[in-house]
Each structure stands twice: as structure tokens, then as C-alpha cells.
Ligand binder design. Structure first.
Ligand code: TRP
Length: 328
């Protein structure tokens, strides 16, 4: 076995990927793939918790997310890229974990309360969402999980479940840790958090023209109405994009915005150009990959084989620890 630490990363196949997902998560995974033994999962079962009515969309969404993973630079030679439901061991560990966690622990989680409100979700599966996530992680005995701050409690719960399992049945599972990295904040077009459901996003799949057209409508400092008015980059969502996509934005954008010399129209043109340039290689790679359907499905099939090997070994230990390895 390799001495590298193990990372498990995952994303839901819930539709087109936007630049918030790309800059906040995927680019980070790509940086980590050389240092760690990495498993990158497409969590189709998790996507069912919110969208169980539209399973006919799943196959295409899974495919497109696999394309996104690879277009962003995940290398299937280094990383096991796979579909969650291809590795049934996730479901087995989820069931075992469900015995050792209380319902109030789950109903108190902010992620549960918020989504229940938003979407009126009240299913058994939705309640168990973080338990399934804990199983995704612990079934690989993963050391680290790269996530955003919003997932902090879920990783804590996974560590807690591993610990509880170990206390009950003897040391078996690793307690995983969240791997937070400096993630640039990508605001949506309206200044709120970027999200596909708010339709304030820039998708990887948008064309350069669509991207520019959407950015034209982006919110700016409301006090800067026309060129010549002094602007406040520190409160402007367009400036936040410049900080990600424009080298030395604090020198080339902020001062002329403040003085009024740079108007919002030109400022948005500059951000469109830089953002489109940064996305161009990914968008081009996307088109090539999308046209290689068989290759993508092969990558996923092979990724699942690799993931399954590790997950099965961990599950054998789990069953043995519980004295439920009947034929061993
Ligand atoms: N809950 C995660 C999210 O919304 C998705 C996810 C499911 C996940 N299983 C995971 C993330 C395992 C990391 C590890 O982003």
C-alpha cells in the first residue's frame, strides 16, 4: 500500500457546474491529486435526496460532472473517479452507521433545518444525508476531506461516527478531518452566493458570449451610477471577480474605480475577457471529452473498480470488528 494519505472528495451531479464550484472545489482537488491517494466520487445517491422525481436526468448529469472533473484537470491515472452507486459498500456502511447515531443529532444540524425549510424535504433518506456522507468517507478510511466551511459539521459528524464505531467495536476506522483551503469567494451576479438555483451563476458550459452578456448585468456599487462617479471596489461583486481573474487587480482596477476614471461598463468588459480566458482551456477540453462518451464511461467503470477494492477491504475489517464475519 502506498504511504500517501487518502483523500475522499465528492460532488453532487445536480446540473451544470459553475465557476464557484470550479474555483472553490475542483481546482483545489486538482492541486491535491499529486500529494494524496485520491478518490473522487460523483454522489448520485445524495442527489436523489432532493431530486428523487427526476431520475431520468441522472445519467446525463453524472456524465457531465465526470466531464467537468476531467476538464478541470483531475487525472484518471492518479485519481479514482467513480460513481457512488457503483460501490455498494457505501450503502452498507450507511446502514451500520444509522444504528449508532441518534435522530436528534441529525435534526439539529443546520444543513438539515435549512434545506427542510427551503425545499420542504422531510424524507427518511434526506435525514440520513450526512450519515451517507460519513459512510462515503469512512468506507475508504480517508484521512482528509476537501470541503468548504458549509460542510464542516458533516465532516465532524463523520469523525464522530468513526470514533463511536471504534469505541463500540474496537479500533477500525480512521477519524477523518476536513481540509479547508483558502478558497476565493465567488459572488453571484446579484452579489449573493453563486448558485444555479438562484440563476446568478456563470456556468463552465456557458459560451464566451453568454458569459459576457451575463456579466454585463452583474451588480456593482449602487452609488456608482455613471463613469466619473467614484466607486467602492471593496463592496463591489465585480471587483471580487477581478480579484480572482485579473492579475494585480488591486493596482489596475481598484484605483481607477475609486477615482471614477474606470466606468462599470469597461470594468465588466475587462472581467469578461479575463474570466473567459481563464476558462477557455477548460471549456475546450470539455468539448473534446464530451465527444468521447465511451472513454468517460470507461474511466468511471475503472474508477469504481479501484474504489471498490479499497472499500471492500475496509468493510471486511468493519464486519470482523462487529463479529459479523460469519464465514471467516
Ligand atoms: N454534501 C456534500 C456537498 O453538498 C457532497 C458530498 C457527499 C460529499 N458526500 C461527500 C463531499 C463526501 C465530501 C465527501 O458538497
Amino acid at each position: 500500500m502506498s504511504a500517501k494519505e487518502v483523500i475522499l472528495s465528492g460532488m453532487q451531479p445536480s446540473g451544470e457546474l459553475h465557476i464557484g464550484n470550479l474555483e472553490g472545489a475542483l481546482r483545489n482537488w486538482v492541486r491535491l491529486q499529486d500529494q494524496y491517494e485520491m478518490y473522487s466520487c460523483i454522489v448520485d445517491w445524495h442527489a436523489l435526496t432532493g431530486d428523487y422525481e427526476h431520475t431520468e436526468l441522472m445519467k446525463e448529469r453524472v456524465f457531465q460532472l465526470a466531464v467537468d472533473y476531467m476538464a478541470a484537470g483531475l487525472d484518471p491515472e492518479k485519481v479514482a473517479i467513480f460513481i457512488q452507486s457503483d460501490v455498494k459498500e457505501h450503502a452498507e456502511l450507511h446502514l451500520l452507521f444509522s444504528m449508532i447515531i441518534t435522530v436528534p443529532t441529525l435534526t439539529r444540524l443546520p444543513t438539515y433545518l435549512e434545506k427542510k425549510e427551503d425545499k420542504g424535504l422531510d424524507s427518511y433518506g434526506f435525514l440520513g444525508y450526512p450519515v451517507l456522507q460519513a459512510a462515503d468517507i469512512c468506507v475508504y478510511n480517508a484521512d482528509k476531506v476537501p470541503v468548504g466551511k458549509d460542510q464542516e459539521k458533516h465532516i465532524w459528524l463523520a469523525a464522530d461516527l468513526a470514533k463511536r464505531f471504534n469505541t463500540l467495536y474496537g479500533p477500525t476506522l480512521k477519524e477523518p478531518q476536513a481540509l479547508f483551503t483558502k478558497i476565493p469567494t465567488i459572488p453571484g451576479l446579484d452579489g449573493r452566493k453563486m448558485s444555479k438555483s438562484l440563476d446568478n451563476h456563470i456556468a463552465i458550459t456557458h459560451t464566451e458570449e453568454e458569459t459576457a452578456a451575463r456579466l454585463k448585468k452583474m451588480f456593482t456599487d449602487p452609488q456608482k451610477i455613471r463613469k466619473g462617479d467614484p466607486g467602492r471596489p471593496e463592496i463591489c461583486p465585480v471587483y471580487m471577480l477581478h480579484q480572482v481573474y485579473t492579475p494585480e487587480a488591486e493596482k489596475v482596477i481598484a484605483p481607477p474605480c475609486r477615482s471614477g476614471e474606470l466606468g462599470c461598463v469597461d470594468c465588466k468588459k475587462m472581467v469578461s475577457r479575463n474570466l473567459n480566458e481563464a476558462l477557455r482551456p477548460i471549456r475546450e477540453k470539455r468539448v473534446v471529452l464530451e465527444n468521447n462518451k465511451d472513454y468517460i464511461w470507461d474511466v468511471l467503470r475503472n474508477g469504481a473498480t479501484r474504489a471498490r477494492t479499497r472499500a471492500q477491504a475496509v468493510m471486511e475489517k468493519v464486519r470482523a470488528a462487529m463479529k459479523m464475519d460469519y464465514y471467516g
